[in-house]
Design a protein around this ligand. Structure first.
Ligand code: GLN
Length: 294
């Protein structure tokens, strides 16, 4: 292709993805993100700062270089096969930063920001606090808490060494000194601190859930998504073990599936937690439940 402007590239992208029958309700946005990624990766080494969506809107007539066209077409090909945009670009926006992600980590979801909000709400102010994020993946939750509360010490764990690599690299790029990492299958290697808060977005989808056929999840780490006992096995284990790692009066908070709030309350109660609450996400479905260790 000899010449392609920004505007033409987006139109071409949408057409290609439509022709491939891609099931996405964000075709234009997908193309914009992939185009920006191509422009930012295949620019002259000395070129100014990162281009943004505003730049795309401002310069519809800007012509892409041949390297940029190549990069963009290659990304479209991957997207046409269903590969999630975040795995093609290797990044995903979460909270107020852009995180590196890989197929070893889930792609952070907007609804998980609710868990961060709940955590910030319950963390005591003006006192040094210790927070544990179990199964941190790309580090999204732990990094957001660490960035909002520089006085907090955050420990982020994951059973996957590859996921921890990604999380560590995110902590380095964000230059957050108050976060540490620990390779651990749930509590297996967690030091015996008394934490002021434990948070987790564990696997909670039942292995036979029909929603698993959806585009994104086909590409994600199944061990980060799926749990036995109808999706509750990891949640049960975390609730059970958390009891030994929380200071009296502090909270355990878990993200879960929208039909699981009642079951999670039941488990929290069974293992001695009190004052259970569930919070709905932006789609108005149950998403985060918490209980207090008395
Ligand atoms: N919220 C994710 C989804 O619906 C699942 C995340 C998880 O299992 N922790 O795809």
């Amino acid at each position: 292709m000899e010449k392609l402007t920004v505007q033409q590239a987006i139109k071409l992208g949408i057409e290609q993805l439509q022709q491939a029958g891609l099931d996405s309700d964000t075709l234009k946005l997908d193309c914009e993100i992939l185009l920006l990624d191509a422009m930012n990766h295949s620019s002259a080494p000395n070129s100014q700062q990162k281009k943004t969506k505003t730049w795309l809107l401002t310069w519809p007539e800007h012509a892409l270089s041949s390297a940029q066209i190549q990069h963009y077409l290659d990304s479209l090909k991957q997207r046409a096969q269903g590969r999630p945009v975040a795995y093609i670009t290797g990044t995903k926006d979460f909270w107020d930063f852009s995180l590196k992600v890989s197929p070893d980590t889930l792609i952070p979801r907007p609804e998980t920001e609710l868990l961060v909000e709940c955590a910030l709400d319950k963390l005591p102010l003006h006192t040094p606090v210790k927070v544990l994020d179990l199964g941190t993946g790309s580090g999204a939750i732990a990094l957001a808490i660490a960035s909002e509360r520089p006085d907090a010490e955050v420990l982020a764990s994951d059973a996957s060494a590859q996921a921890l690599e990604v999380a560590r690299s995110n902590a380095e790029s964000l230059q957050l000194p108050n976060i540490q990492f620990c390779r651990s299958d749930w509590f297996e290697n967690i030091p015996e601190y008394q934490f002021d808060l434990i948070v987790s977005n564990p696997p909670y989808i039942a292995p036979d859930d029909p929603l698993l056929e959806t585009n994104v999840q086909r590409f994600e780490s199944q061990s980060a998504l799926l749990a036995d006992e109808n999706g509750l096995a990891a949640i049960r284990q975390i609730i059970n073990d958390s009891r030994n790692y929380l200071k009296p009066g502090t909270w355990l908070m878990l993200e879960h599936g929208y039909t699981q709030a009642e079951a999670v309350h039941g488990l929290l109660k069974e293992y001695g937690f009190r004052n259970m609450r569930t919070v709905k996400d932006l789609n108005r479905v149950d998403r985060v439940s918490m209980g207090q260790m008395l």
